[in-house]
Design a protein around this ligand. Structure first.
Ligand code: NAP
Length: 293
């Protein structure tokens, strides 16, 4: 096993609980903290050490991994008094795997460097299934030495691991991923809305078009969960995709680009949040398009 043995893991929700479990299976000594303790209970029952705060979870660890919700949560766990940067030992590696703002990633990198800590942003794609099966794609921003030191840990969690560039580059890549995903998701919903209004059998349409050049992971995911299983529980929450597109929308202005599909899908997701669907899975967008109730 690698030299880095002790891991503090903050955020044991849909993604983090599976990821921390893989690290335990691989022989790492894992300590955990989550805002709601019950979501860490299964890991505690398997031998993870429970910590009462993110700062406590960072103390004396070789590596601290976080996968929380929003950029404000990332700032809180890293930058608040007594948080991760205040508490980590010199030389520790800080790995934020939340989908968060590239600006926050750059801020954390600078604050960490000032304290002789090595920070990288390493958001993921592949969904709850990718987290469970350890097949995530991981986009890494930060120094190459940090990337190389952390690679054995990333290899426990994922299959496609790319060093994208300096601090923030991982988050910028992840937002690019989310923009592509949003278009594929809304495009699939729109196709089924068209098919339904044209009087077609949607399952037969899916059986045909999911095998052709319009097929996509997004299409298969929303149909299998939302249409075939009538299951709107989250693999990936509507409110988190809205957060990702909002980050894209804020930063794209500074890059001087206009992204109309991003803006449209963000508008739809915000409406879904307003009508109480924010904590449902992204397959719920089928409801917005009237494909399902
Ligand atoms: P989740 O189930 O809500 O997990 C996040 C966990 O972090 C929650 O259990 C939450 O606690 C905890 N948390 C949030 N803020 C915290 C804080 N300040 N201190 C301590 N714990 C805190 O969400 P998820 O689906 O695992 O997603 C996590 C991140 O990964 C998000 O940024 C999401 O966009 C991204 N992501 C998700 C997927 C996916 O398919 N699910 C795929 C790729 C990326 P509570 O339980 O109290 O809320």
């Amino acid at each position: 096993m690698a030299k880095l043995k002790k891991i503090g893991f903050v955020g044991t929700g849909i993604m983090g609980s599976a990821m921390a479990g893989h690290l335990m299976d691989a022989g790492y000594e894992v300590s955990v903290y989550n805002r709601t303790k019950s979501k860490a209970q299964a890991l505690i029952d398997r031998g993870a050490r429970w910590c009462e705060t993110a700062g406590e979870c960072a103390k004396n660890q070789d590596v601290i991994i976080t996968i929380v919700g929003y950029p404000k949560d990332v700032e809180q766990v890293y930058l608040s008094e007594g948080g991760i940067i205040d508490s980590a030992k010199i030389g520790a590696y800080l790995v934020d795997m939340t989908t968060s703002s590239p600006i926050v990633a750059e801020k954390i990198y600078a604050a960490a460097k000032a304290k002789n800590l090595h920070a990288v942003d390493a958001p993921v794609t592949g969904g709850d299934t990718g987290a469970k099966n350890a097949t995530l794609t991981i986009f890494v921003g930060g120094e190459e030495d940090s990337f190389n030191a952390l690679k054995p840990i990333f290899e426990v969690l994922g299959k496609n691991i790319v060093h994208e560039g300096s601090a923030g580059a991982g988050q910028k890549t992840k937002i690019s991923n989310q923009i592509a995903l949003a278009g594929a998701l809304a495009g699939a919903c729109e196709a089924f809305a068209y098919a339904k209004s044209a009087g077609l059998d949607i399952e037969k349409v899916y059986a045909a078009i999911s095998k052709g050049s319009a097929s996509s992971i997004q299409m298969s995911d929303i149909v299998s969960r939302g249409l075939l299983d009538d299951n709107f529980n989250p693999g990936f929450m509507i409110k988190h995709l809205a957060k990702d597109l909002a980050i894209g929308n804020e930063t794209v202005t500074t890059y001087g680009q206009a992204l109309p599909i991003l803006a449209l899908v963000l508008h739809e997701l915000r409406n879904m949040e307003k009508t109480g669907h924010g904590a449902e899975g992204t397959q719920s967008l089928l409801k917005y398009y009237g494909v399902t109730d």
